[in-house]
Design a protein around this ligand. Structure first.
Ligand code: ZN
Length: 272
């Protein structure tokens, strides 16, 4: 195997879905006038993000940040700070609305407006992660039309691969390595339990080790409003340390996608 650069046995990306207020407005438009609900999102850029940027700097890791255009307009200094620190900024919708709920023209407009908002703040954007990890019937066509080179939305592999009918590299995600299913608390229903970081580490570290053994790519997805809490930052510190200790090539999604484009198709090592 050894298909990753410099002899690294596997690859990993530390990615962040910025979300902030837009995710709550996307959940329920009435939240736009609910300052308490929105403040859960505001915690991300206000407190979580600076702490996360410090953590990435400590580990000398370049991350990938998926940002809604409307959140970027609301928090331009946060986006500038991400760009200035050298991290990847990528597209996460203009509003936090699933493409499946939009007409083709609405989806095209969302892509264009979100892209403009990020580019105005100095970001060079080549990747797209939809707010729902879902495509409409038009999404892939529109990504090609708008000039994107990769998508990070589907959950069907442990290595990046090319979409069969579109010039788009897919860099897969996974719910198991996303912080939201473990920590997301919805104060309208109280249906979600908040897990302890220790419990989530018990889920994440063996999953990372398993992907490493297969020579795959680990996609960690966190949210500044969720994992920007002190106890979870300590957990993320442990996770990044583990990735480094076990020989991961840690790179932003765009670099993973570019590498797979040049050297792919990448194969898992099934002889472990
Ligand atoms: Zn999101």
């Amino acid at each position: 195997m050894a298909h990753w650069p410099d002899g690294h046995r596997y690859a990993a990306t530390v990615s962040f879905d910025f979300d902030a207020e837009e995710v709550w407005i996307g959940e329920n438009p009435a939240n736009a006038s609910a300052p308490g609900v929105l403040s859960q999102g505001t915690y991300g850029p206000k407190v979580g993000l600076p702490l996360m940027l410090k953590l990435l700097e400590k580990h000398e890791v370049t991350g990938s940040f998926y940002i809604c255009g409307k959140d970027a307009l609301r928090h331009p200094d946060a986006v500038r700070a991400i760009v200035e620190a050298g991290h990847e900024v990528a597209h996460h919708g203009h509003s936090h609305t699933s493409p499946t709920k939009q007409s083709e023209q609405e989806e095209r407009d969302e892509l264009r407006r979100g892209l403009e908002a990020l580019q105005e703040l100095g970001a060079d954007v080549v990747g797209y992660r939809s707010p729902s990890w879902e495509f409409s019937a038009h999404t892939l066509d529109l990504l090609v039309e708008t000039g994107f080179t990769y998508s990070s939305n589907l959950l069907d592999d442990l290595v990046p691969y090319m979409h069969p009918h579109h010039d788009i590299m897919e860099v897969p995600v996974a719910w198991i390595l996303d912080d939201a299913p473990h920590f997301w608390f919805a104060n309208d229903t109280w249906e979600k339990t908040i897990r302890s970081p220790r419990e989530v580490l018990d889920v994440w570290l063996p999953e990372i080790d398993g992907i490493a053994a297969l020579g795959g790519h680990v996609m960690i997805t966190t949210h500044p409003m969720i994992s920007g809490r002190p106890s979870r930052l300590a957990m993320l510190d442990t996770v990044i340390g583990h990735l480094k200790d076990t020989g991961a090539w840690i790179a932003p999604t765009r670099a993973i996608a570019a590498y797979a484009r040049e050297h792919g198709p990448l194969q898992l090592d099934l002889n472990v």
